[in-house]
Design a protein around this ligand. Structure first.
Ligand code: CA
Length: 274
């Protein structure tokens, strides 16, 4: 997965990045200001945004509201030093999908990120079945009819992307973005090589024909179990619907947000000055 980490403290940012790489095999981009975060989230296709609220330029909630106002539906997990319920409610009202208070437990943060990413793609549980193949997002294990299939890290990452967005055509650019994040990016042909190896391993295990080629566009995970695909194949890069707050009662949301924003900012000032 590809994650945008919005955090201005280099030590914290480095620690979280290492953690996400180790535990989620994530490609992590770091934004150290709110403005940068908004720009990067508009430009790149992230699976999740991890947002610190105390930023040097604009308030994290303001950045979140602007992201949502611009139509960004990427799941956002807010990290806040404020433990009061009102602060969390304000984050949810601004469009957060989840909120965690600092200091946080590493395994809980990783589990929550995995959950919001999975949910945003329309999956309610970590074990995803496609025909005879089972892919477990938590353990990162793949099996066909109960027999394990041994994949390399990159092969798994490609398969996970296909399964998470099954029924959608994924371009080679999307694979490269999610596997390498623009750093040391190899040539696009490498994706064809990975797909070829994946197909061979899956076919040998008894699951042929799962990965389809859409000529001139990319690859698609077929859905032989005829489960309705959560997304239309016509739109390759679509995130799921926004948080409930963005859909329900828009009037109530705006009113609540303004009140909570004031109290959050006041509390933030107290914390900063303390
Ligand atoms: Ca900060």
């Amino acid at each position: 997965m590809r994650v945008l980490l919005v955090e201005d403290e280099p030590v914290t940012a480095r620690a979280i990045t290492l953690m996400l790489k180790a535990d989620c095999n994530a490609v992590v981009d770091i934004a150290d200001t709110g403005e940068d975060a908004i720009e990067m989230a508009r430009h790149y296709d992230y699976d999740a945004v991890l947002l610190d609220l105390m930023l040097p330029d604009i308030d994290g909630l303001e950045a979140l509201r602007r992201l949502r106002a611009s139509g960004q539906s990427t799941p956002v997990l807010v990290l806040t030093g404020l433990t009061r319920p009102q602060a969390k409610v304000a984050a949810f009202n601004a469009g957060a999908d989840d909120v965690m208070t600092k200091p946080f437990d590493r395994s809980e943060l990783v589990a929550r990120i995995k959950a919001i990413v999975r949910r945003s793609k329309g999956h309610s549980q970590p074990a995803l079945q496609v025909g005879p193949m089972l892919l477990n997002l938590d353990s990162r294990e793949v099996s066909v009819d109960g027999r394990p299939v041994h994949l390399t890290g990159k092969e798994y990452a490609i398969l996970e992307l296909l399964v998470m967005r099954r029924g959608m055509v994924l371009t080679k650019e999307i694979f490269l973005n999610h596997l390498y994040g623009g750093l040391d990016e190899p040539e696009m042909k490498i994706i064809d090589v990975f797909i070829c190896k994946l197909r061979k391993k899956l076919a040998a295990a008894g699951a042929p024909n799962l990965i389809g080629t859409v000529w001139g566009r990319g690859y698609i995970m077929r859905t032989p179990d005829a489960a309705p695909a959560p997304h239309s194949p016509a739109v390759p890069v679509v995130q799921a619907a926004r948080s409930l707050e963005d859909i329900l009662l828009p009037g109530a949301r705006v009113a609540a947000t303004q009140d909570d924003e004031a109290s959050t900012l006041a509390a933030a000032r107290v914390l900063v000055s303390a």
